[in-house]
Design a binder for this molecule. Structure first.
Ligand code: GLU
Length: 502
């Protein structure tokens, strides 16, 4: 048997560090066993998938030197490797299940589903869908179809008994079928759900080992059932510990920098980052902490994978990075490397117009725009809080900046400016005196400097986001209760109440 592993990221956001983390373990496992590692793009979510995000996935993995053997960009014998190009395959497979009575057409409307969810929430049931369309007569189905009613196709999940499978890391896992909904396989727009497409592709691409994060454990019973009803052999399954933030919760972009590019732009070395990511989920037999990818491939044994959460410990990352810096970059190459990282001609060309008329001597160049080259801005309450605005409300304003730029999917110059005006208006405060002051302090660590919007454009989305998050944290964050209120208020862009209370 040739071992075949894969990662199957969805291109719905910035490249999360979890993607190379999983990619590395899949790659290591495949290489250790002389097998193949595949990259498949799961872009069945038509509203959230974007080609730019797909390209960022490629770029982020390439930066780290993670190379796949088959994928949408390089092809391979099992293509296409992009799910949006495989819709006919999924339809054909679903039809087979319909013909065999293993799946059914469900005509539930959005209103019906909402009502079912409400009832389930009240009665404390795990499953939200009451299976009301599971046993319609063929005549009834035909009648509804001829009336043009739209439908989804659902899997008939057993009503009793338990799902059982062996996880190579966690051991035997069981789960009562009563807790599993009749899973939708095909959506009303004819697109497959993740579950169907994932299983069909893993089977057709002859994936032998599925190595993915713990977060998918609740999906696995549905997948296992799909293999069984199709009459296919189940692949081996391993659920890896998730990357956790310092608070012990899943690493989330709401709190931590999670984009791979943030680490690239902050000046980490790709080899060090790869070493760090593998160390989070694995321990070498001699507890060695610094090792090359080749070494871990050679040494690999799945029983050395951690069972519980893997802390994304930035201090550890810094230490590892320093070891690589000292040992793999000779002094005479250091400046070249630093230059490549942060002082490229291209960057300087964008920066010079911003400082040309603002410096009296060359000596003031770095003084004026040090914030574009440093990782840590010394945030304090005094620096950040505008006059008469409390730390918590300042944090709220910054949080709304993030929401505004995320919603507009624009963290560039114009997106930042638009967000700043939107936040000033929503809070009913002076744009220049309050919001710009807060933003200058957050991004530059000072109250004036080169034009902020252009500077943010040069600083880039990921470092800008990280600075805003850091400032929010420095300000003491926002309590859960207030966050809920703020979320609602932001929908109507009216957050005035906080300042009148202040
Ligand atoms: N598309 C899923 C993701 O975004 C794939 C999960 C899996 O590996 O099965 O991560």
């Amino acid at each position: 048997m040739v071992v075949r592993t894969r990662i199957a990221p969805s291109p719905t956001g910035d490249p999360h560090v979890g993607t190379p983390y999983m990619a590395l373990f899949n790659l290591i496992f495949a290489r250790h066993h002389g097998g193949k590692f595949i990259l498949r793009i799961e872009d069945t979510d038509r509203t959230r998938s974007r080609i730019e995000y797909e390209e960022s996935i490629f770029k982020s993995l390439q930066w780290l030197g993670i190379q796949w053997d088959e994928g949408p960009d390089i092809g391979g014998p099992y293509g296409p490797y992009r799910q949006s190009e495989r819709t006919e395959i999924y339809k054909k497979h679903v039809q087979k299940l319909l013909d065999e009575g293993k799946a059914y057409k469900c005509f539930a409307t959005a209103a019906e589903l909402k009502e079912m969810r409400e009832i389930a929430a009240k009665t404390g049931q795990r499953s939200g869908y009451d299976r009301r369309y599971r046993n319609l007569s063929p005549q009834e189905i035909e009648k509804r179809e001829s009336e043009g009613q739209s439908y989804t196709i659902r899997l008939k999940v057993p009503l009793t008994g338990e799902c059982e499978y062996d996880d190579l890391i966690k051991g035997r896992i069981t789960c009562p079928w009563a807790d599993v909904d009749d899973q939708i396989l095909l959506k009303s727009d004819g697109f497959p759900t993740y579950h169907l497409a994932n299983v069909v592709d893993d089977h057709l691409m002859e994936i032998t080992h599925i190595i993915r994060g713990d977060e998918w454990i609740s999906s696995t019973p549905k997948h296992v059932l799909l293999y069984d009803v199709f009459g296919w052999e189940r692949p081996k399954i391993m659920h890896m510990p998730l990357l956790l933030g310092a608070d012990g919760k899943k690493l989330s972009k709401r709190k931590n920098p999670t984009s791979v590019f943030y680490y690239k732009e902050s000046g980490y070395l790709p080899e060090a980052f790869v070493n760090f990511l593998t160390l989070m989920g694995y321990s070498m037999s001699d507890d060695q902490e610094i090792y090359s990818l080749e070494e871990i491939i050679k040494n690999f044994s799945s029983d050395r994978i951690g069972v519980s959460g893997a802390f994304f410990d930035v201090k550890k990352l810094d230490w590892i990075n320093q070891q690589y810096l000292i040992n793999s970059i000779p002094e005479n190459q250091l400046w070249n490397k630093i230059q490549e990282w942060g002082f490229s001609d291209e960057k300087m060309k964008r920066l010079m117009p911003l400082i040309h008329t603002r410096i009296k001597t060359f000596g003031e160049f770095i003084e004026l725009c040090d914030f574009l080259f440093v990782n840590h801005i010394p945030h304090t309450h005094e620096l950040l809080c505008p006059k008469n605005v409390s730390p918590e409300v300042s944090a709220m304003m910054l949080q709304c900046m993030i929401w505004s730029m995320d919603a507009g999917e624009n963290w560039g110059r114009d997106g930042f400016e638009k967000a700043s005006r939107e936040v000033a208006e929503a809070f009913g405060v002076n744009h220049k005196k309050v919001i710009m002051r807060l933003l200058f302090a957050t991004i530059t660590g000072r109250h004036q400097g080169p034009p902020l919007f252009d500077s943010v454009d040069i600083l880039g989305k990921d470092r800008t986001r990280a600075r805003i998050l850091n400032a929010i944290e420095c300000l003491g964050g926002i309590s859960n209760k207030k966050m809920a209120t703020l979320t609602n208020q932001w929908e109507t862009k009216d957050c005035r109440s906080w300042l009148s209370q202040d």
